[in-house]
Design a protein around this ligand. Structure first.
Ligand code: ASP
Length: 581
């Protein structure tokens, strides 16, 4: 058995260690053979150090990339420092080399920059995770969790675990189901969040709960979504909305300070949902760039053209200085966004040499032209993108999507800037895109604002809620609400949502029952830990911050999960798989 002594980590050696005799252990990241001199980059969790081997002077075993070596030697000052490495002022002149383990030639380049496809990286994730940039992301993640633990602990929160095998918790996605062997034909659901349990813990009198909680949602995947993900889940009793937001802001401030040494200025801005949608075309606005939506309704109120007369909503954004690079082809590309929001196309108007250009310009009077230029404050070479529809949502969200697209395409956002705000006061309900039916904006336990209670059955879409989302750089990083603590209101909400008495009993009977026993007023929220880590480690891919994630088809390329199981296992569960036609 080798002696696995080491005196230092590879990444920690500096000029201060000059002439010290050291032993390090690490993987071979790079080799350069100059005949009698062999240079290695040796990598461990703490960084990379250069090893110099004088091949005539010591015994040199066979060394290949990713071999794990123990190297003994003396720290030497490099003639020409390597600026790329933190240890770049020094190198270790090896006196003894011990191969702890050999390695096959790795299928991916193990360095910050790798050209491997994501599926290959995920297939060999254990090697991908050796890349220093990946390790940094997981250190960031761990620091966030640590800061959250410290903050919540200091504020009297108690960490409680809730079950993974449970009943459905409605957060608007499909459930992952787990068949019961003991009760054939019955299924557990994996929790979409600990929502019901954390509320029950308030009924139990815990007062301040938190949990780093795994959640499971079967929904279409995107760059910022995974089937299983993690929340910093929080619930409190007796606090007002304002108190909950203030308490949470303190945690955000600590996380940003501890993790990236960034000072978040408090209090955070609070933008009502309606204003966010009206001005930014989004319920998670990125306000690091302006490009606000402006209504042209007033300017065009006398225009007789059908286009403007027959559409209730006419709004526009201004994209600065891009008229000349917005060809027909580019406009067609932008119109794909209009199509997504059920509009045939946007209307493009260019402002060039003090003139408006575009097919609609002939429909405008001189006064209207001036109104448009003034409202949007157009300057030479600006482009106005106008959306018209009778459905407000289409105009707003369509232009909001264009806003984001243009910001990305033209790099309108300064890197390393943080934009953190609350969007508050969401409507209680919305129309489901898929079914057209009424669904909760958050979840069915969100408390309607007191003044709107009488509209619950008659004008449900006009009812607002005590709810809030935390938005960071245009991502919904978390959200929550005050909860209903009155069983009658809870039942009314379920009824508006179309649940029968029998449904309510079957799905939420235990929960409605619990509300009968002196339930305290309560509320909370949950942060997406993965999204928070994405933002603080500067990636826009959620898979970069989850150690063993699924790909966009919900498959783990490494383990190949999900997979068919043995016939015997299915039989045990009383399940038969029907072949697809
Ligand atoms: N359970 C909610 C969610 O996962 C968060 C909350 O309301 O506390 O979005």
């Amino acid at each position: 058995m080798e002696n696995l002594v080491r005196t230092h980590h590879c990444g920690e050696l500096r000029l201060a260690n000059l002439n010290e005799k050291v032993t390090v252990i690490g993987w071979v990241a790079k080799r350069r053979n100059l005949g009698s001199l062999l240079f290695l980059d040796l990598r461990d969790r703490y960084g990379i150090v250069q090893i110099l081997i004088k091949t005539d002077e010591i015994e040199v075993p066979e060394i290949r990339n990713e071999y794990l070596l123990q190297v003994e030697g003396v720290v030497n000052k490099k003639d020409v420092p390597n600026k790329q490495l933190e240890t770049g002022d020094i190198e270790i002149v090896a006196s003894k080399i011990n191969v702890i383990n050999t390695s096959e030639n790795p299928p991916i380049v193990i360095a910050d920059e790798t050209d491997a496809s994501e599926d290959i990286r995920l297939k060999y994730r254990y090697l991908d995770l050796r890349r220093p940039i990946m390790q940094k992301r997981f250190i960031t993640r761990a620091k966030i969790v640590k800061a959250a633990h410290e903050y919540l602990d200091a504020h009297d929160f108690i960490e409680v675990e809730t079950p993974i095998l449970t009943l459905s918790t409605p957060e608007g996605a499909r459930d992952y189901l787990v068949p019961s062997r003991v009760h054939k034909g019955s299924f557990y659901a994996l929790p979409q969040s600990p929502q019901l349990f954390k509320q029950l813990l308030m009924v139990s009198g815990f007062e301040r709960y938190y949990q780093i909680a795994k959640c499971f949602r079967d929904e279409d995947l995107r760059a910022d979504r995974q089937p299983d993900f993690t929340q910093i889940d929080i619930e409190t009793s007796f606090l007002s909305e304002d108190e909950i937001l203030t308490l949470t802001e303190g945690m955000i401030q600590k996380i940003y300070k501890d993790v990236i040494n960034y000072d978040v200025k408090l209090p955070l801005r609070r933008i009502p949902y309606d204003v966010a949608v009206d001005e930014y075309g989004s319920d998670k606005p990125d306000t690091r760039f302006d490009m606000k939506l402006k209504s042209l309704k007033e300017v065009l109120k006398n225009n007789e053209a059908d286009l403007f007369k027959l559409n209730k909503y006419i709004k526009a954004i201004k994209a600065e200085n891009i008229a000349d690079v917005t060809s027909r082809k580019v406009q067609d590309e932008y119109n794909l966004t209009a199509n997504k929001f059920n509009m045939r196309s946007f209307i493009f108007v260019k402002y060039v040499n003090n003139e408006l250009e575009g097919s609609v310009v002939k429909l405008l009077s001189e006064e209207e032209k001036k109104g448009l230029i003034d409202t949007l404050e157009l300057k030479n070479n600006d482009l106005a993108i106008i959306a018209v529809s009778n459905i407000k949502k289409n105009v707003d969200f369509g232009l909001g999507a264009m806003r984001s697209l243009l910001a990305k395409k033209f790099n309108l956002i300064k890197p390393d800037t943080y934009d953190i705000l609350w969007v508050v006061n969401f409507p209680l309900f919305e129309k489901s895109e898929e079914t057209g039916e009424i669904t909760p904006c958050h979840h069915p336990f969100t408390r309607p604002v007191d003044e709107d209670l009488d509209k619950l059955e008659t004008e449900p879409y006009k009812v607002y809620s005590y709810s809030y989302d935390i938005v960071m750089n245009g991502y919904e990083a978390g959200g929550g609400s005050l909860r209903i603590y009155d069983q009658d209101v809870q039942k009314r909400i379920f009824k508006v949502l179309g649940f029968t008495e029998e449904d309510i009993r079957r799905k939420f009977g235990f929960f409605v029952d619990a509300l009968k026993y002196g339930t305290p007023p309560h509320g909370g929220l949950a942060f997406g830990l993965d999204r928070l880590t994405m933002i603080l480690s500067g990636t826009d891919n959620i898979r970069d911050v989850i150690a063993f994630p699924k790909n966009l088809s919900a498959v783990c390329p490494m383990s190949q999960a999900p997979k068919p199981v043995d016939e015997a296992q299915l039989k045990d569960l009383g399940i038969a798989v029907i072949e697809k036609e």
